[in-house]
Design a protein around this ligand. Sequence first.
Ligand SMILES: [Zn+2]
Length: 296
Amino acid sequence: MQAIPYGVPLDAVANPWLTLDRELRAQGLRADSAPPVRAVVCVTVHVDGPAVEVGRKQFPAGLYTAGRYAIRRGVPRHLDILARHAMPATFFACGYDVEHYPETFRAILAAGHEIAAHGYLHEAWDLGEDEPALLEKTHALIQQQLGVTPVGWCSPSGRKSHRTLPVLRRLGYCYDASEKDRDRPYLPADSAADDFVMLPNNTVSLDDYPFYFTGHSLAAEACDNWIEEFEALRQAEGYIHLTVHPKAAGGSGTPARAAAMDRFLAHVAAQPDVHCMTLAALARHCLAHPDAWRTE
Ligand SMILES: [Zn+2]
């Protein structure tokens, strides 16, 4: 059985990021004096605007305006924080939100971040035969409204079906950020070609939602936990995939919670052996070196 590292620094041979480190240095993107890359951090922002409430058939007023808060306050706040840390991020967008708030997503692109797909109405139910058409609809909306072609997807609810991956592949996607079964990227074992990679997301301890919505945590508790998880993973697989939401309820859009996200990213940015990248950039790297990421 494969040894699964935890809490024990790996030697240089086992560090999965040395190829990336060499490539960054060759491109002049990593200083000669910097230590080898030991961990990759991907910050993902699930915009989750009014698409969520509309999808639940909730009239978008009063209690049901957490999504509108994301558009009006949370996203600008998160863009400001990411800019101060000079960190690229991946923003997951619902088709409905792109359709109704295109300027928000144009601002995200203008700031140099990636836009990826996240359902049309943040569907948290089994889609059945409607799934291909909804994936295609959001894909086309992002292309038409924003002029970019998404290459990544994350299931709004974590749900997938036998239809999901064939449709994503047909549309030209190269990664899925929905799996929760490993601590590192991997190529699916049943993949006929090295053209698709899984970038698992940890929706338990590296996601703001379970802390704030389910756990009613204080912002400081969420930040402390993320730092603890970051440090543990940095000593293990070195893949840290943070998920935050700029909405009000259950997210990191409000000031104190945005400040907690800010503190976490400041901790990350202060580590010289860390490299931050978008999921699309990470997917391209993994697919350029499929042997290193293929599942056994
Ligand atoms: Zn979401």
